[in-house]
Design a protein around this ligand. Structure first.
Ligand code: GUN
Ligand code: ZN
Length: 439
């Protein structure tokens, strides 16, 4: 057993909306479970929790904030080196930068090198759980998940399915792609902290047969994740309408193939209508909101107010490399900007609840975990949860020290961190999983 004393932020893992808990002088008590994963035994005011756990050695972290590790709901590890590639929009960006780059991951040595950098960046920025795309090459999944396992990280990844409208080097073969997916599910899903996601890239890049196969796999493996993109860009939406003239909507295409369900996470969800939003809610499908990507590629603005009205699950994501940063602080700030733009556009003077700092933080921790079907497992630091935790330094820069020093309450403190914070504020990242030596 071990215990850490500092200011602590944690979340009720089961609430539909954020219930932040904060102790200015708190104690987090941890112990390994049967798999050697560190879990939270107790959290709360130092005095009470210490009295209930006599004899447990306590590390004291004065002037620091303990917070749950961040959860990134949508990211592309092969696009680590694509960040900052400007284009007119999504489709030219895919054609000119992304597909040619992803073709390089056919080489396992290159994929391994990118995976190391990617995992370093996640950890440096305090991201301890991620739902990530690999490339269409099955070896790209092995390259990533074998390394995540050694680090004890909770990672979910999938081989991309794309058997049409894709260039040589990334295009896969329908039948083989489904066999590869099945083999990867068997190899990786549920191994330690790792998981597999069935990953049709997006409707335009998958034939009917590949989509049908993906839907059948999703039905046979209900605890495996599904991840894709939907309604990101208007040219993309028009293209899908041409390809599927009989579908009710772009999201409806995925519904028709049985790809909307719990543990299905769709990036972007910008150009939806209220029927789509109700479909997300009713199927338990989640949206991965990716504001830095949407701003960088000029895709549009996620509608927080309509999402809250409809009541479907969503959480925050970097979408690197359309997204511009691994930093959850940058993503939370971009979500705030986007939400503000929406509020001003609708003529209301009030920002919605989902733009409160503790809500933005929840969307990148416990809320994102809940959207992934991992509520209570990660992102909360509540008793029983896996103990991926961060030691944040609110004094990491002179300006942060000045500003956070004047915060009068939790919301002000979190807002100052969201606006001024980055990896300099992440002093230590504790990963709950046992570290597996290479072998
Ligand atoms: N749609 C299909 N593929 C991609 C991708 O790699 N990134 C983004 N942002 N959208 C996509
Ligand atoms: Zn994406």
């Amino acid at each position: 057993m071990q215990a850490h004393r500092a200011a602590i932020l944690w979340f009720d893992p089961h609430a539909d909306t954020p219930v932040p808990h904060y102790e200015a002088d708190g104690l987090l008590v941890l112990a390994p479970d049967a798999q050697d994963t560190q879990c939270v035994v107790a959290v709360g005011p130092y005095r009470d929790v210490a009295a209930r756990h006599p004899g447990v050695p306590v590390q004291h972290h004065p002037d620091r904030l303990i917070a749950p590790g961040f959860v990134d709901l949508h990211i592309h590890y092969p696009q680590t080196d694509v960040i900052g590639s400007p284009a007119e929009g999504l489709l030219p960006w895919l054609e000119h930068y992304t597909f040619p780059h992803e073709a390089r991951l056919a080489d396992p040595a290159y994929a391994g090198a990118v995976a190391e950098v990617f995992l370093d960046e996640l950890q440096r920025h305090g991201v301890t759980t991620a739902l990530t795309f690999a490339t269409s090459h099955p070896g790209s999944v092995d390259a990533l998940l074998s390394r995540a396992e050694r680090r004890g990280l909770r990672l979910v990844a999938g081989k991309v399915l794309q058997d049409r409208h894709s260039p040589d080097g990334v295009r896969d073969q329908t039948e083989q792609s489904l066999l590869d997916t099945e083999a990867l599910i068997r190899r990786w899903h549920g191994r330690g902290r790792l998981g597999y996601a069935i990953t049709p890239r997006f409707a335009p890049s998958c034939s009917d047969a590949q989509m049908r196969g993906a839907g059948e796999l999703a039905a046979r493996h209900p605890d495996v994740w599904v991840q894709s993109h939907v309604a990101e860009n208007l040219d993309e939406v028009r293209w899908v309408r041409e390809l599927y003239p009989r579908a009710r909507s772009y999201l409806g295409v995925y519904a028709d193939f049985g790809l909307l369900r719990e543990r299905a996470v769709y990036a972007h969800c910008i150009h939806l209508d209220d029927t789509d939003r109700a479909l997300l809610r009713d199927t338990g499908t989640a949206a991965a909101v990716s504001p830095t990507s949407n701003l960088f590629l000029g895709s549009g603005f996620f509608d927080h107010a309509s999402a809250d009205r409809a009541g479907f699950r969503y959480g925050l994501a970097s979408d690197v490399g359309g997204g511009t940063s691994f930093s959850p602080f940058h993503t939370m700030l971009a979500a705030y900007y986007v939400g503000r733009a929406g509020v001003t556009g609708s003529g209301s003077a009030k920002t919605g609840l989902s733009l409160a700092p503790s809500h933005l933080w929840w969307q990148h921790t416990a809320g994102a975990a809940r959207a992934m079907g991992l509520g209570g497992v990660v992102g909360s630091l509540a008793p029983g949860a896996e103990a991926d935790w961060l030691l944040l330094n609110p004094q990491a820069t002179p300006l942060m020290a000045r500003r956070t020093g004047q915060a009068q309450n939790l919301e002000e403190l979190l807002f100052a961190l969201i606006v001024l914070g980055d990896d300099r504020a992440v002093e230590r990242v504790a990963v709950a999983g046992a570290v597996v030596p290479p072998g």
